[in-house]
Design a binder for this molecule. Structure first.
Ligand code: A2P
Length: 332
């Protein structure tokens, strides 16, 4: 399986996958969700120094400026050239109306300020109520504390995103948190096939059916929350699956290769055909998460990892369950 996807090499020796639009995307990236103010810049600099060539951000994360600043600093230092790096950002839900997409993209483009963006994703198929450009409100609640939605069809949002390609400011477009039926609709009604679908993927929710579905269409799957958000787990609650970083079976597999449980999980996600984007703001863990290309899991070890799949989500977007485009009501 691995042989099929690892078609190229990005320096320094990180495998890449060729997307359906011809772009090469390194098969591991740095996630930046919850990289706090002041942290994202150091995390991205340290990641680039360690050899990451793929950075994932979003308008919603409110760290695009820092991410861009770090990238520009590394280009100025001569560590990388712009072409060496694959940078993803995302359209936020308040800007789904086709009339808002270009300006929303322009905001992200100016925040990052790095000549071009490699990949622009629709963050969710669900639109929120538009809030005025000056407001910067990301989660519009009504007086009763209920999240306010829009009914904009994600197909119309996508058609507006397609137009961005012609500007030359972004090389590829894709989606995030889409289910198989929503992808099928896009393919039926739109011109450009999404390059990727970025979804939660970790051993508890290994997404094998969605991965297979996307693979058959030539759509790559990026794995967010690959480590299962260990910081958010509460032992006494069953609202999210237990992260596996101290699971004895995963630790045991790691010992065979002198690897941590996190490295085993990330390697597993690459082996099943995804592109994990672990978030870290810690230089030691940033380095650790990249070192997964000098070992591979045996079939029986993959089976052990497969057994953790319960289908439970770490990130169920509960606030959006009533929306007509809520993506997680069907199996995949
Ligand atoms: P930190 O930023 O302090 O390293 P996910 O990407 O699944 O959402 O997980 C991100 C969380 O996992 C962050 O809180 C991050 O903390 C932590 N983390 C990232 N890499 C590792 C690792 N190798 N070992 C343990 N925890 C990690």
């Amino acid at each position: 399986m691995l042989g099929q996807i690892l078609l190229g090499k990005s320096p320094p020796n990180i495998p890449t996958i060729k997307l359906n639009n011809g772009q090469q995307m390194p098969v591991i990236g740095l996630g930046t969700w919850l990289s706090k103010e002041g942290e994202a810049i150091e995390a991205v600099k340290s990641a680039i120094d360690e050899g990451y060539r793929h950075i994932d951000t979003a308008y919603f994360y409110q760290n695009e400026k820092e991410v861009g600043e770090a990238i520009r600093a590394k280009i100025e230092e001569g560590v990388i050239q712009r072409k060496d790096l694959f940078v993803t950002t995302k359209l936020w839900n308040t800007y789904h109306h086709p009339d808002h997409v270009e300006r929303a993209f322009q905001q992200s483009f100016e925040n990052l300020n790095i000549d071009y963006i490699d990949l622009y994703l629709m963050h969710l198929p669900i639109g929120y109520k538009f809030v005025d450009w000056d407001s910067k409100e990301l989660m519009p609640y009504d007086a009763d504390g209920k999240l306010e939605f829009s009914n904009v069809d994600f197909v119309d949002t996508w058609k507006a995103m397609e137009k961005l390609i012609k500007t030359g400011k972004v090389k590829g477009i894709g989606v995030s948190n889409f289910n198989s039926e929503q992808i099928t609709r896009l393919l039926a009604e739109c011109e450009i096939k999404p390059a990727t679908n970025q979804v939660e993927c970790n051993p508890s929710l290994n997404q094998k059916k969605l991965i297979e579905f996307c693979r058959n269409l030539g759509i790559a799957v990026t794995a967010y929350s690959p480590l299962g958000r260990p910081y958010a787990y509460v032992e006494s609650s069953d609202s999210m699956p237990k992260p596996l970083l101290d699971d004895p079976k995963v630790v045991e597999i790691g010992k065979r290769y002198d690897k941590s449980a996190a490295q085993v999980v990330l390697r597993y996600l690459v082996e099943i055909g995804t592109i994990p984007i672990p978030k870290s703001s810690n230089p030691k863990r940033i380095k650790e998460n990249l070192k997964i290309f000098d070992f591979r899991l045996k079939d029986d070890e993959i089976k052990v990892m497969d057994e953790f799949n319960t289908g439970q989500r770490t990130v169920p977007f509960k606030l959006c369950v009533d929306h007509k485009y809520y993506p997680f009501n069907i199996e995949f």
